[in-house]
Design a protein around this ligand. Structure first.
Ligand SMILES: Cc1cc2nc3c(=O)[nH]c(=O)nc-3n(C[C@H](O)[C@H](O)[C@H](O)COP(=O)(O)OP(=O)(O)OC[C@H]3O[C@@H](n4cnc5c(N)ncnc54)[C@H](O)[C@@H]3O)c2cc1C
Length: 510
């Protein structure tokens, strides 16, 4: 029976950080159970600009969404099946969460996760986080930045992570190496330099399907290896669940940890009635508006969506409440289902909801661990219709930007929704039906204090009611960050590593 001090389930974004930090101590042994293969020497994975080619392929778990009566039921949620997790197939846009994001967590019961307390973890990150390189700044993206600055009346920002902002437009910071367009993903930054550590054991293409518990204490996890062998991998100190916002609650539920009635209905023996597992499913939905350009645009780019805009419509909002990615490609996958045609050359703006109010839910439909869970995001179901209204405002603002020079001179016609779609109702209908995701599911095992009945972990990331087991990944987010979440997830990893070191020093049982 393999036994390690720590067993990390998921060698993804947060899991890579934790495994790397723990094995800095040569006396500590760590096993990483990772469902996917290595990313070492995989040019298709390591080259940032090839990200779109990975979606839906062999390295994608590819989760469907349930029927979305007010949204788009065809959304597929990409989740990476490879070392580094989603940081190995995402676009690596890198935002330190804004102070308001962290403070909101602390107010939601995550004591010690306020902005001032979290700031040092950003400084620790090993990733190479730099603004999009000059050579990668496409002429049309530069002109988008200029036009958006005028039309949205926001400041031009150079280096979004230099100081907190409420609004602004500019080129993103990315976790990449501009000289060769290679990723500075969690695996590249945290694992590749240390693969020869004798105390780090990577178990690749190995699937964790059930936690092992001895009473309330987690002692290990049952896994199936690439060769179909079933093993129990044991942890002397702690089990760290880092399988992401979909697979972490999935693993807990299959281990009998979750809402009692749901588990019983599926015939899964209940180990712990924890009603919050799978609840509070968050995402950043966005819509799209596409223009045909007057001929081809220059080729250079870091990853085809290098610039963005943040707007604060409501002055009382703590941070931005409308965001755009600018794509220098015509992003018509969803509009095509409604009959729109993809122009040969074109660009897109994607109005995005930084603080969506709709809340979804993840649940199992079968006791068979190989059956994918159901992801019901309940997109655009918030009572005040805030989410849909944000997209309507976004499409209207996008049209103003498109009318403004120097961007206007590039654009031949609005392809979708098309100039004939003008009323709020029509824009809302279009925006919701073509809405897609920027792949930010979070919140399904949220952190909170004892008064929060739906909290799954406490502010030390320990699963309520159990011992020697923590969760560290996007599922612990109590609320969504206004900005793209990956840096927040890396910081969760750093903080978890510190909590583990403190617990080990104290010598007590977690
Ligand atoms: C296409 C795409 C683009 C994105 N772009 C950005 C962006 O530009 N900026 C940004 O901030 N965020 C972006 N995100 C979101 C961001 O990447 C994620 O929020 C973050 O990486 C999630 O990290 P995690 O540690 O929670 O999970 P993951 O990184 O997904 O790690 C989970 C790991 O666990 C493994 N695993 C899962 N289940 C099991 C199991 N049962 N047994 C063994 N292993 C298992 C998986 O293989 C994976 O390696 C994007 C996401 C996607 C998919």
């Amino acid at each position: 029976m393999p036994v390690y001090d720590y067993v990390v389930i998921g060698g993804g974004t947060a899991g890579s950080v934790i495994a790397s930090r723990l094995t800095e101590d040569p006396d500590v042994t760590v096993a990483v159970i990772e469902g996917g293969p290595t990313d070492v020497d995989r040019e298709d994975v390591l080259t940032l600009r090839r990200w779109l080619g990975l979606l839906g392929g062999e390295l994608d778990y590819d989760y469907p969404t349930t029927e979305q009566p007010r949204g788009n039921s065809h959304i597929r949620h990409s989740r990476a099946r490879v070392l580094g997790g989603c940081s190995s197939h995402n676009t690596l846009i890198s935002f330190k969460p804004l102070p308001g994001d962290w403070d909101e967590w602390a107010e939601a019961g995550a004591e010690g996760w306020d902005a001032a307390s979290m700031d040092p973890y950003f400084a620790r990150l090993r990733n190479n986080i730099v603004p999009v390189d000059e050579k990668d700044r496409n002429a049309i993206a530069r002109d988008f930045v200029e036009a958006a600055r005028t039309a949205a009346d926001v400041p031009r920002v150079e280096g979004f992570n230099k100081k907190p902002f409420h609004e602004g437009v500019g080129f993103f910071d990315l976790a990449y190496h501009p000289e060769n367009n290679k990723r500075s993903s969690a695996s590249v930054a945290y694992l590749h330099p240390f693969l020869d550590r004798p105390n780090l054991h990577l178990m690749l293409e190995t699937w964790a399907y059930r936690l092992e518990l001895d009473g309330p204490r987690a002692t290990g996890v049952h896994v199936r290896t690439k060769d179909g062998e079933e093993l129990l991998v044991e942890a002397r100190r702690e089990v760290l669940v880092c399988a992401g916002a979909v697979d972490t609650p999935r693993l807990l539920l299959h281990s009998g940890i979750g809402p009692k009635a749901d588990l019983e209905a599926l015939g899964i023996p209940v180990v712990l009635d924890l009603p919050g597992v799978g609840e509070n499913l968050l995402d950043h939905p966005e819509s799209v508006i596409v223009w045909e350009t007057d001929g081809p645009i220059p080729e250079n780019s870091a990853m085809d969506s290098d610039a963005g805009l943040f707007v604060r419509r409501d002055e009382d909002s703590r941070g931005p409440d409308l965001m755009f990615h600018f794509y220098q490609i015509p992003f018509t996958d969803n509009p095509e289902r409604l009959g729109y045609e993809k122009p040969e050359h074109g660009v897109s703006m994607t109005p995005n909801i930084p603080k969506p109010r709709s809340r979804g839910r993840l649940h199992l439909t079968s006791a068979d661990p190989s059956v994918k869970p159901a992801l019901d995001f309940r997109y655009f179901t918030d009572e005040e219709d805030y989410d849909a209204r944000t997209l309507v405002d976004g499409i209207r603002l996008a049209r103003e930007i498109a009318k403004t020079e120097p961007l206007a001179g590039w654009l031949k016609r609005e392809v979708c929704p098309g100039p004939e779609i003008t009323s709020d109702e029509e824009i809302s209908e279009y925006a919701r039906k073509v809405a897609h995701t920027v792949y930010h599911p979070a919140g399904t095992c949220r952190m909170g204090d004892p008064t929060d009945e739906l909290a799954v972990v406490d502010p030390q990331l320990r699963i309520r009611g159990l011992k020697s087991i923590r969760i560290a990944d996007a599922s612990v987010f109590p609320t969504m960050t206004a900005v793209n979440p990956m840096i927040g997830v890396l910081m969760v990893g750093e903080k978890c590593a510190e909590l583990l070191a403190e617990a080990a020093t104290l010598g007590g049982e977690a």
